[in-house]
Design a protein around this ligand. Structure first.
Ligand code: BGC
Ligand code: NOJ
Length: 827
């Protein structure tokens, strides 16, 4: 069953019914001001940090699931029936509509509906460069008589710190403050003391009334579905003193037959200089002089149109950095539109705020953000650069990392602590990807502190060296890396041994951690050390050009470290038919034929082959064949088999999940692209693309009732074969799946990948593809690539602007060259 369709020409997904299996959401904003918006206008907004600067309130796990958002009520003032009011987004009133459509696009959402001859369209978006969101409502009277309508807007303010807001009622019920001046509603809780920011909610029309106290608007014992004010048609003009400040405007309009009217609402965040907070200065009244020009600008329809066009063309430019045309529509749609878009969202949010992540539990993950960057870096390299420096500044002097940092403060966050021993290695991959994309070796010289402590600055390159060293300093009895709290798999907690309910599996440590080892980290280390060697080689050869302020170990140091680790993996990490997963605190193997449960895991098969292990001697293929036999399902590749049927004290959270869910043998989508890349590495394009399609959201669109999550973005998880709901997705949007799938399809299957020396083209595509085309911007040059197949293999023959080149890396052109045409023949 489908609940909508793709409109690729407009880069939109069109939802045709408000009753999707789950709320199907989108994101507004991509710089500092962000919002989540569902297909029925649910969701909330925040500035930079979903925990510390939340503008509007949202209650997770609510009934109905999605209640609270950017709501509008329309009231037909002349109708006499009890259902004279409705929500043009269906929720929250749920009055039946005559038609409904929601278009989620790149950074905007448009909800369109009709009821009793009144057509409404609401366009929600955040203008580029602004800290505000616009809701532009267009009403059309399609009746042949005049209509007398009341329009009510409604949002619920959050008292800024979303965690405190949802727990500390003894204080919070007394602190709420607002101002209503010249029809603009200002939310200023805590502005009187240490905050220098406030929220505003304004409307383009003269108001018939307003409300700022929730109870006055809704009425006691009522919910958002039938506010008293909407029922009676009379705002209470309430001013909130404590309790629950809200914002609601009341606009009354007479629409002649056929007449159309636009009403603009803007909700925004504004900061004042600390010494100019009040006007007059000795008062407690918000100084509005700094915000009024912004308000008056965006309350004009022409400015709104201009800002919307600005957003559209911003995305056209971004997405044009890489466009493909292949024989497969799901590939094209995801690469050209949705997968690229999702990489921006994951880059911005990490794992903090979605409909499954509350925005208060988790800041920016260290490993997550480094991986998110891999799919995003070509879109806006400058932002990737800034992110790398922010991440590195949270690194510890040991080379280890805080597991998370808070986006507002950019400080490492001890809630989840550190000691996830894979964390630092991801930084090496992120920096390598950035430098390959941009050629900006200068970033390696950027002074970056440790743990944000002034005086500890060292060039970024030194951080990478410490990342590598961190693993080498922490090897276990078999010579494999010690796992620490966990590796990529947060739930494989081999030092935790928790038997008390409610203890965090990630921060509880009952063992000193000197025994349990990870084959996954070993594989990741080989990959990272090889990247480090290659990067170092380029740094060595550029020594005269770059002003190096650090001592360089020769690249061979890293190559040797990688090769020593490879031997260790073959000795202790190879099980005969696949790579093992780990050694536990007793020194027992996990992910081996010897195990009853958890005999084979996906992660080491992916990462070890990506690192090149066994690629030349058939063992990589063997490992991948084992994946196919033991782990692959039609809905994707599960994390391990057999699933853990009970809780194992020595394994931790992984065995806490019921079989088939999450890390206990769910299809943890993040890992699937590693298998795609591995298949491409061994030259099996059919297999690689087959796995790609199994989890491709567009290819799963027809499975709507089973999959349930949005068909335009990846979800973190699809229930595995041991689950009762095999094939059901959860935790959509914020997942490393977005970046890694983008890398897998564009760089390894389509085979177009940046290198230090130029763009490499080495496709490993399905045998049935006779051709494809791609257009890629790389270091300011447009590469128009045409690939044709003339044989069944993956050998490439390349002509660049008519000249045959050696190998598959297109050398960087002379500075004045801006367009390059590439013809590739695969044999
Ligand atoms: C796990 C959570 C865990 C989190 C840590 C998830 O994948 O399933 O239980 O707390 O990762 O980052
Ligand atoms: C989600 C976390 O954000 C990510 O860092 C981790 O790798 C996966 N869970 C797997 O446990």
């Amino acid at each position: 069953m489908r609940y909508g369709h793709f409109d690729d020409a407009n880069r939109e997904y069109v939802i045709e019914t408000p009753e999707t299996p789950l709320p199907w959401i989108n994101y507004l904003g991509s710089e500092s001001y962000f919002g989540l918006i569902s297909n029925t206008a649910g969701g909330y907004s925040f500035y930079k940090d979903a925990r510390l600067r939340r503008l509007t309130r949202y209650r997770y796990n609510n009934t109905p699931l999605d209640m609270g958002g950017r709501y509008i009520y329309l009231r037909d003032n002349t109708a006499s029936d009890s259902a004279r009011a409705w929500s043009p987004s269906w929720m929250p009133a749920r009055t039946p509509l005559d038609s409904y459509e929601c278009r989620h696009g790149m950074g905007y959402t448009i909800i369109h509906s009709k009821r009793n001859g009144i057509e409404s369209q609401t366009r929600y978006f955040v203008p580029m460069g602004e800290n505000l969101e616009i809701w532009e409502l267009t009403l059309t009277n399609q009746r042949d008589t005049a209509a007398d309508l009341s329009i009510f807007s409604a949002i619920e303010f959050n008292l800024w710190d979303a965690m405190d807001d949802s727990t500390n009622f003894q204080r919070n019920y007394s602190i709420g403050q607002v101002e209503v001046v010249d029809d603009v509603i200002y939310h200023k809780t805590e502005y009187r003391e240490r905050r220098d920011h406030f929220a505003y909610f304004a409307c383009s029309e003269k108001l018939a009334g307003f409300d700022t106290q929730r109870e006055s608007f809704l009425g006691s014992y009522r919910g958002w579905e039938d506010p008293k004010v909407v029922e009676t048609g009379q705002s209470a003009n309430s001013i909130a003193h404590g309790w629950q400040p809200i914002g609601s405007h009341h606009v009354r309009v007479q629409l002649q037959a056929g007449e159309q009217k636009k009403i603009i609402f803007i909700l925004g965040y504004h900061e004042n200089p600390k010494d100019a907070k009040f006007d007059p200065p000795e008062s407690q009244v918000i100084n509005k002089r700094t915000v009024l020009p912004i308000l008056s600008k965006y309350l004009k329809a022409a400015e709104v149109d201009k800002a919307f066009e600005g957003l559209r063309s911003h995305w056209t430019n971004l997405l044009n950095k890489f466009q493909v045309h292949t024989p497969d529509e799901h590939t094209d749609r995801m690469v050209n539109i949705w997968n690229a878009y999702q990489t921006m969202i994951t880059f911005n949010m990490s794992r903090s705020a979605s409909y499954f992540e509350s925005g208060i539990g988790r800041g920016m993950g260290f490993r997550d953000s480094n991986q998110d960057l891999l799919g995003f870096v070509h879109l806006i390299p400058e932002r990737a650069r800034e992110r790398i420096l922010d991440l590195a500044a949270t690194q510890l002097e040991t080379g280890g990392a805080y597991h998370q940092y808070q986006p507002l403060t950019k400080r490492g966050n001890n809630d989840v602590g550190s000691g996830f021993n894979d964390d630092p290695l991801w930084l090496v991959l992120a920096v390598a990807a950035y430098v390959k994309e941009t050629g900006d070796f200068g970033i390696l010289n950027e002074p970056v502190p440790y743990d944000n402590k002034p005086g500890t600055e060292e060039p970024l390159y030194g951080h990478l060296a410490r990342s590598i060293q961190y693993t080498l300093d922490r090897l276990g009895p078999n010579g494999l890396p010690l796992i620490g709290r966990a590796d990529w798999n947060d739930c494989l907690n081999l030092n935790c041994f928790s038997d008390s309910p409610g203890q965090s599996f990630q921060t509880t440590t009952n063992k000193d951690g000197k025994v349990a080892e990870s084959v996954f980290i070993a594989g990741l280390f080989v990959l990272a050390a090889k990247e480090m060697a290659e990067l170092t080689k380029h740094v060595e050869s550029r020594k005269s050009k770059v002003n190096l302020t650090f001592d360089l170990r020769p690249s061979t140091y890293y190559l040797d470290a990688a090769s020593t680790m490879e031997s260790t993996i073959w000795k202790a990490g190879w099980d005969g038919e696949w790579f093992r997963r780990a050694y536990d605190d007793f020194g027992h193997v996990l992910g081996s034929k010897e195990n009853e449960e958890g005999r084979i895991f996906i992660e080491p098969q992916g990462i070890c082959v990506m690192a090149g292990l066994g690629v030349d001697d058939g063992r990589a293929e063997k490992a991948l064949d084992s994946v196919n036999v033991h782990l692959a399902t039609p809905h994707g590749v599960v994390l391990q088999q057999p699933a853990f049927s009970k809780y194992y004290l020595h394994l931790g959270e992984i065995s806490s999940y019921p079989p088939g869910y999450k890390e206990n043998a769910g299809i943890f989508c993040h890992t699937n692209p590693w298998i795609m890349i591995a298949e491409a590495k061994v030259g099996r394009g059919d297999k690689a693309h087959d796995y790609y399609l199994r989890i491709n959201p567009s290819a799963r669109e027809g499975l709507g009732d089973l999959h349930r999550c949005e068909p335009y973005v990846y979800a973190q998880m699809i229930a595995g074969k041991d689950a009762a709901t095999h094939g059901e997705a959860k935790n959509s949007w914020l997942t490393g799946t977005a970046a890694w799938n983008y890398v897998a399809i564009t760089q390894w299957i389509l085979g177009i990948r940046p290198t230090y020396d130029g763009l490499q083209v080495s496709p490993v595509v399905p045998g049935t593809w006779s051709q494809f085309e791609a257009s890629r911007e790389f270091r300011g040059v447009r590469y128009s690539i045409k690939v044709e197949r003339s044989g069944a293999g993956n050998q490439v023959h390349i002509e660049v602007d008519g000249n045959v080149i050696e190998g598959n890396v297109i050398p960087l052109p002379a500075e004045n060259v801006k367009d390059i045409s590439v013809r590739v023949t695969i044999k």
